[in-house]
Design a protein around this ligand. Sequence first.
Ligand code: SF4
Length: 483
Amino acid sequence: MNFGLNGMDCQGTERNWEADWRADKPREECGVFGVRGSDLDVSRITYYGLYALQHRGQESAGIAVSDGDTIKLHKNMGLVPEVFKEHHLDSLTGCMAIGHVRYSTTGASLAINAQPLVFRYAKGMLAVAHNGNLTNARELRTALANTGSIFQSTIDTEVLVNLIARYCGNSIEEAIMKLMIDVKGSYSLVVMSEDKLIGVRDPYGNRPLCLGRLEEAYVIASETCALDTVGAEFIRDIEPGEIVVVDDRGITSIRAQNSKKRTCIFEYIYFARPDSVIDGYNVNWCRRQMGRQLAREYQVDVDLVMSVPDSGTAAAKGYAEERGLPFEDGLMKNRYIGRTFIQPSQSMREIAVRLKLNPIKSVVEGKRIVLVDDSIVRGTTSSKIVKMLRDAGAREIHLCISSPPVIGSCYYGIDTSDPEELIACKMTHEEIEGHIGVDSLHHLSREGLLNVFGEGRPGFCTACFDNDYPIEIPADLRKHALD
Ligand code: SF4
């Protein structure tokens, strides 16, 4: 979590409109990828795998490659294609690679905090890439530092690295099993020694992690969309509490901890790519069902259904299907806004908003609209979008959200803002309607959300909707980031 940074960027400057826009959604965490197999261009496969996972983190990217003797690394701030040029990939040759894309949930957004982390220890070299957030990192870090450990970065992943180094007595697998007893929180890891690729999912399976096969090689990735992209065949999800080791003998599975499955339900609502399948559920299908459930819960007399693109689109189509209403593209999204465009000044903010989204007047003018979005965190962009639609002549706007109100912060690797910034914590339902400027507002119920997954559904973390945190949150973490 970026406690203390809200309202400011990592350099301490006032947040620009793009940051405002992004802050009105829970922000993605990280994506991890690994591949092991001979006669493959492992660095380019990892590059394409990371490209497919770019939606999980846009601040930094890195690839570490092992040639069997040593591990080479390139990482930097930026998007995958900004960080890696041909000559970087040409120099990263080997038989195994891991990669990482990052959005900073602990530690500042600095190159030193980019992953993978590569280090030497008593048994050789290791590389580690982590998706998630350790809830007892501060406590472990203090204990490690007091007994001689030195830290180079401010990220919780370095705690994992130090624990592996401490527990390295017999094997890397044994070190990871011991580490899993000590650490609490959320972690999906890919770990690489000179000769082994290892995937680890925490006992709650909070973040996704899956295993695939690419000819004779094995691939581990945060989401199946990365397997699809590199042409790998999905084998299975890595189970909560499981360690999967890929070496010369093939695959070995170690059930290191009992599973208490509580996968993040927000992966299905917003984070994961629609073409991914997590624990047997296709993300796009889930979003469509959320929209259908929303329609069963809330019906209002309207002319058409439209979405806030793109994250609200699948649910909007589901809502329209269930009600037999037309779905229309009423908001045009500019897909070519990069991170490097010139930020508009304060006086040009209206232009900035329209640069990102613009209503199609002929679609919305004089119409009564159900507008579907996936979530509201702070409510700042929702009100701007509603104003745009009003200016374009919309007669009525009924905002339907395909998730329950966000009333709790996430401590497991998602930046959902501090509780005092969450609009559902600050205002009543009626006040939010007035603030956003809609004729009505409806959120999908928690029960309705869970019903999407059917009777035999797995356990989910729904803590940001009900404050029922499956993994204990230390009091100090509730108010402060690690650094
Ligand atoms: S608190 Fe919310 S965002 Fe965080 S893991 Fe749980 S469901 Fe996901």
